[in-house]
Design a protein around this ligand. Structure first.
Ligand SMILES: [Zn+2]
Length: 471
């Protein structure tokens, strides 16, 4: 996952449809986040600017495992006196930076592009920076020439110069050029598909809803395709190995999951949703689609109850993509939620035992963390190099704590709180403190002891009563 992030609260973008929720969000936002008071790591890229829109053109070379790209970043400065703009740029090589045709000085430091403005900027001043680049990403973009396939896999700044911080939301316009005959998926609506000379096709998508850049992406390959009907849009299922009838079986419950999560969230899913089986991945949510592996697709085909990951990735369309962790240190708000919601779906689909099985699994992992002295608070000051145990804290303990909260305050208050939280922060970032306030309001209870123990606390190992002497 991306580098450590300076905790920053974005200006809330109010959506008129949810005025009451926005008012609640504004009231909650007025209280400073606990995270802001903690010692913060070095300022994140782009802390002094607000990206409004990205317009990108990407052309991967699948056989050579390289790419060429061009991005226009429209932004507004957040403060007076800005002399430099910084972007996350992974290992990309920058060829040229300009604004309105005038070349700008820049330097590429480790993972960052630093651009010098001709004169210090003023707060609110708009800029449109054009960047031409190329790269041979070692990660962030997966190339499988044997399948004629290319797809993104997190780490957006390895294929697009952007701001990685999850609190930075912007709209996105992508033109992707791939060999002719491939099927491609991207974010938002498909604006055009055109055949270029030299047996290439260009797809252009536009995502109007501002989204965090980590859910930007695409996939292209020689896919078979099947279709279904979702709540408010078309469902598409793609795979290079499975056939249409098999794909419809693997994703038979997608529409039911969508209805279930929509009810739990208090907001229905809108628009098309695509599920793609790619060569290999652990599973990944993107804006409007999800990638899972062909091997996993085969597993679900054999054993439909194995669809927890399908549910997890779909749950992210609400918890993660639309209600986004304020910074990477609060990643549990994305992953603990997606895991918990997937289990809640399995309970709805297969009964209490399926849910209990999940909860028991989380509890066992939490016990193991404690026994090995690796338990940790759910919020991390620095999430730049998480260990397998840290990931277990965020994914498994995070889900387990939501289950315990459900037991603590009861079914009605819990789900009422989840709906309020989701609607209040839909299209915004949320913090752990925000979640607590909403759940306290929903239950009419002071949850400080619960949060102190389960969210902020880390239990010492039961046998570690005697501390080791200091060396
Ligand atoms: Zn996830």
């Amino acid at each position: 996952m991306p580098a450590p992030i300076f905790p920053f609260r974005p200006r809330p973008r109010v959506r008129p449809r949810l005025r009451w929720a926005a008012a609640l969000a504004a009231a909650l936002l007025a209280v400073p986040a606990a995270a802001a008071a903690q010692g913060a790591p070095a300022a994140r890229a782009g802390a002094n600017l607000d990206v409004l829109h990205y317009t990108a053109r990407i052309e991967p070379d699948i056989a050579a495992k390289t790419l060429r790209g061009q991005v226009s970043i429209r932004l507004a400065l957040r403060a007076d006196g800005a002399q430099h703009l910084e972007f996350d740029a992974g290992e990309l090589e920058i060829d040229k930076v300009s604004e309105h045709g005038q070349a700008l000085n820049f330097e590429k430091t480790e993972q960052r592009l630093r651009v010098r403005l001709p004169k210090p900027g003023k707060s609110g001043e708009r800029h449109e920076i054009d960047i031409a680049y190329r790269g041979a990403p070692r990660y962030g973009l997966e190339f499988h020439p044997e399948r004629g396939e290319v797809y993104t896999i997190f780490s957006t700044s390895q294929w697009l110069v952007c701001i990685d911080a999850p609190s930075e939301r912007a709209s996105f316009d992508l033109t992707l050029t791939v060999p002719g005959g491939l099927k491609a998926v991207g974010n938002g609506r498909l604006v055009s598909k055109s055949a270029l000379g030299g047996r290439r096709d260009s797809y252009r998508w536009r995502q109007d809803q501002p989204m965090p850049s980590y859910v930007y992406g695409f996939a292209a390959g020689r896919y078979n395709e099947a279709a279904g009907t979702g709540e408010n849009g078309e469902l598409r299922f793609l795979s290079a190995e499975l056939q249409g009838a098999q794909l419809r079986r693997v994703f038979a419950d997608t529409a039911d999951m969508m209805r279930f999560f929509g009810r739990r969230a208090g907001i229905r899913y809108r628009g098309p949703y695509t599920q793609v089986l790619v060569a290999k991945t652990i599973g990944q949510e993107l804006d409007g689609f999800a990638l899972m592996s062909e091997a996993y697709g085969r597993e679900v085909l054999e054993k439909p109850e194995a669809q927890g990951l399908i549910a997890h990735e779909l749950a992210h369309q609400w918890w993660g993509n639309m209600v986004t962790n304020l910074d990477w240190g609060q990643f549990w708000l994305n992953e603990g939620f997606a895991n918990f919601m997937a289990a809640a779906y399995l309970q709805h689909r297969y009964g209490d035992e399926a849910y209990r099985e999940r909860v028991d699994g989380w509890k066992k992992r939490v016990d193991k963390l404690r026994e090995s002295g690796k338990d940790h608070a759910l919020v991390y000051a620095n999430w730049s190099k998480p260990s397998a145990d840290d990931r277990a804290v965020v994914y498994q303990k995070g889900a387990y704590v939501l289950h315990l909260l459900r037991e603590e305050i009861g079914e009605r208050a819990f789900w009422r709180g989840i709906r309020t939280y989701t609607r209040a922060f839909y299209g915004h970032s949320a913090s752990t403190a925000d979640l607590r306030k909403v759940m306290e309001r929903a239950s009419g209870r002071d949850l400080s002891a619960f949060f102190a123990r389960w969210v902020d606390g880390a239990e010492p190992a039961p046998t570690a009563a005697k501390p080791e002497p200091a060396k």
